[in-house]
Design a binder for this molecule. Sequence first.
Ligand code: ADP
Length: 624
Amino acid sequence: MAKRLSSRVSLFAALGLGLLVLAWGLVWLQGIFLEERDEALAEVAARRRALEQFALIELEQRLRAQLDETKPTIDAAREDPLLPAGQFMLYDRGELVLPRQSHPLSGSGAPVSAVYLRLQQDPASQWDGQVDDDEPWNVRVQLLVELKQALEAGDREAIEGSFRDLLAHRAAFVMATERDLPTMLVGLEMLQRQARPRRELMAGLLRDGLTGQTSRLDGAQRQLLKRVDRFTSKDLRYLADRIIALCEAHSVLYSDFSARIDEALERKGDPPAVPPLPDPTPREPMLLDHGRWYVIPARDDRVYGIEVRVGSLLEEITAAMRERALLGPEDEVKGRSTARAAAVSSVGLEIASPTWAAATDAAESRYRLKAMVEGIIALLVFGVMGLGIIIYRRRHRFLELKSEFVSAVSHELRTPLASIRLMAETLERRTKDVPRARDYPTRIIRDVDGLSFLVENILSFNRLERGRWVPKPETVALSELVEKLGRDKDSWARRPAALAIGDVDTTIFADPDLLQLVLTNLARNGCQYNERDPAEISVTTEPCSPGVFILVKDNGTGIPEGQSERIFDDFYRAGSAQKTRGSGLGLSICRKIMEAHDGHVRVRETGPDGTTFELYFPALKGTS
Ligand code: ADP
């Protein structure tokens, strides 16, 4: 039983181990697949990162180049109010310089226009007639009156002289623009109406400015633009229109002036049209307003900025990278949504590449396919194993049923066989003196004995096989068992047999019934496979250390060559057994019994003179 159990346990243990190894193998394989996939993905990711980095550096360089190129224009726009500055940004010591922020005064009045008109109609009304050198305004108006008088007199020399005086006064006295400009414009208009001033002079006075020996006078256009914050919108428009009319009359360029005036009028104190700096002194180039402005810090606490189109720059970069075969024809550099303000170095760029997406998908689907195949293999293996277990269990059950059936049948045969034997014995006694009965009853008895032995062997085999016969070892005197063998000899020996008992004066620690069964089987075989008369069986012992050998020797036919081991198999019958009846179970039973005693049975020697079987019992508790 224990052995059967242990063989079953070891079968399941082997199965479990196999499953474990298989599971480990599958996990290992899965690990390799995962590693392969991760490597493929990492390769794509590394290439993507490198190219994104490259694109970012390109973007930084292009932005920088754009700004470096624009910087002189920004500096110039700062100095020259005629230049456009809407797309530039310039902070100087934290103060926004460009785009220009100055705007007209609020209010609907037009005080400067009023002064202008009065001067135009009658400059003398602005002068109280007293010359006071400390009052530049009075002097200026008087000079204007003088110019007017010279013009009215048509005295060319006086006109030139008084106009020169007017200019000299302008150069000598820096007057507020809202006072200076109207006098200047009124003077110029008088001049234009009544004299024929040179165009160069008018261009200098209206636009280009005049450079004297010690000073420089701005043209009226720049002068007005520099001081838009001193005028109301109405005054600004009015004065600008006056300047434009004069420019038109003398073919002096004024389109930019007109545009700047319009811009100034539009501003009306609205907040600056540029995004605020997140930090008044940024330390590195930045993109503001979601990438619409690029700013860089410069020397002297200045910050330069320009309006940029990152989208078209990225398109250019894409094209350049495609040209250098860094990107495929369908790949594209794209900007991730940029923050309101971000350092250019941290702007997120990504490369949209169908090739990489395909490579990533391929790696993923390769992995999925392999994992699926692995899963199917695992399912198959587990399925086959499960099927094997079911078949094993069914077969096992079938064998159990078969063995139960054989056992039941054999058991049922016992009683009728015993009755037949009893009746045959009675018949033998009663027909002792009937010659016609001959030896038939005796033969019946012998055949019944043979059949009974066969039935007993089948039952013993079944019980041993199914583990139902557990040896109950005890100290047994071998001589007693051998003597019983001698007594029972006639019931199993088909022919006259002699039993020679050698040195059997020893005790053995064994189950007496089982050991008797072994001895009977061996002795019976010795008679059965024997053609000599009489058949001779001898039982003797041979000491060994540790334990003892019991030797059962016969003078039979011997075992055919090469079959000395196989004869111990279940149901195996050697060539020598052709003529005799048997089941092929006797020696198998002997081996099972000896193994249950931790000993063995084997053929020690065999030949035409007979066979010697060796039973080995190890020294066990209770043996002497
Ligand atoms: P059975 O005797 O029922 O055939 P056994 O298992 O007892 O079954 O023996 C198996 C076979 O071994 C026999 O059929 C026979 O051929 C051979 N055999 C067994 N014992 C002897 C022996 N003493 N001499 C010769 N052959 C033997």
